[in-house]
Design a binder for this molecule. Structure first.
Ligand SMILES: Nc1ncnc2c1ncn2[C@@H]1O[C@H](COP(=O)(O)OP(=O)(O)OP(=O)(O)O)[C@@H](O)[C@H]1O
Ligand SMILES: [Mg+2]
Length: 248
């Protein structure tokens, strides 16, 4: 995996949402950064600082109000919804805090679902999905319903689903937010392994510095602006000082 391949390029991204009372609220201000292939990036910041809004733009789930976003060198800022859906399905694996599994479908069905849009034969879909479940250590659970699994197992199903499309990029919004620390660490070790051994680029939102430590780079967002972007600092207090210093 070449570290020189630019996967994500955000240039002066701003995002505003209309307010019900009229006018609008600006949530992101001139967000600019690149992410290269093979990076493992943690995004931190207080609640409401704009992390998920930024991630939704990176994941082509939402579009910026201004600025330019290039994914794999393609400007996706002005793509139609259908084009964006194609980009998502081809390039990105998503992992969410609450797993987003279909509760009434088997574990295997859940993993197979995104492959429906790939024009694969049913046999191929089953084979690929079983291989992904084996990879996350759930090969004996394919007939289970998500409700019969622990939180950590559900998240592993979600990761198998994300991996099934063989994405080079995984976006995870608080992937361990609903898990206890043992299960959370298991998931993070797995991410680390995917990143190191398969070169999958990972961008992960988290509230906790101890979780961010699994990454190689930290982007700290404060009030919709980048407050820190660099290697994981030795201690979180660096971010505090920085926050205070740039607050005004
Ligand atoms: N679809 C939307 N419509 C209107 N306002 C929105 C929308 N999405 C987010 N916001 C507003 O944007 C701001 C940032 O929200 P965002 O979800 O990005 O924060 P966050 O950093 O992910 O917070 P948390 O840590 O609580 O998940 C908030 O004030 C939120 O109310
Ligand atoms: Mg959020």
């Amino acid at each position: 995996m070449k570290k020189t391949e630019k996967i994500i390029s955000l240039k002066k991204i701003c995002k505003s949402f209309p307010l019900e009372v009229g006018g609008s609220q600006q949530v992101l201000f001139d967000i600019t950064f690149d992410i290269m292939a093979g990076e493992f990036v943690a995004i931190m910041g207080p609640s409401g600082s704009g992390k998920s809004t930024c991630m939704n733009i990176i994941g082509a789930l939402d579009t910026p109000s201004s600025g330019v976003y290039e994914l794999y060198g393609r400007d996706i800022t002005n793509m139609t919804d259908d084009e964006l859906a194609l980009v998502r399905n081809e390039h990105i694996g998503f992992v969410f805090q609450n797993f987003n599994l279909l509760p009434k479908r088997s574990v295997l069905d859940n993993v197979m679902l995104p492959l429906m849009y790939r024009g694969m034969s049913p046999d191929e879909r089953i084979k690929r999905s079983r291989e992904m479940l084996r990879r996350v250590g759930l090969d004996n659970f394919e007939t289970y319903l998500p409700t019969q699994l622990s939180g950590g197992m559900k998240q592993r199903v979600a990761i198998a689903r994300a991996l099934a499309g063989e994405p080079k990029l995984i976006l995870a919004d608080e992937p361990t937010g609903a898990l206890d620390s043992t299960m959370g660490n298991e998931i993070l070790k797995f991410f680390k392994q995917l990143n190191k051994e398969m070169g999958i680029t990972i961008v992960m939102i988290t509230h906790e510095f101890d979780i961010a430590r699994y990454a190689n780079r930290l982007i700290h967002i404060y009030d919709g602006r980048i407050n820190y972007d660099g290697p994981i600092p030795a201690s979180e207090s660096v971010l505090d000082r920085k926050t205070k210093a740039t607050k005004k």
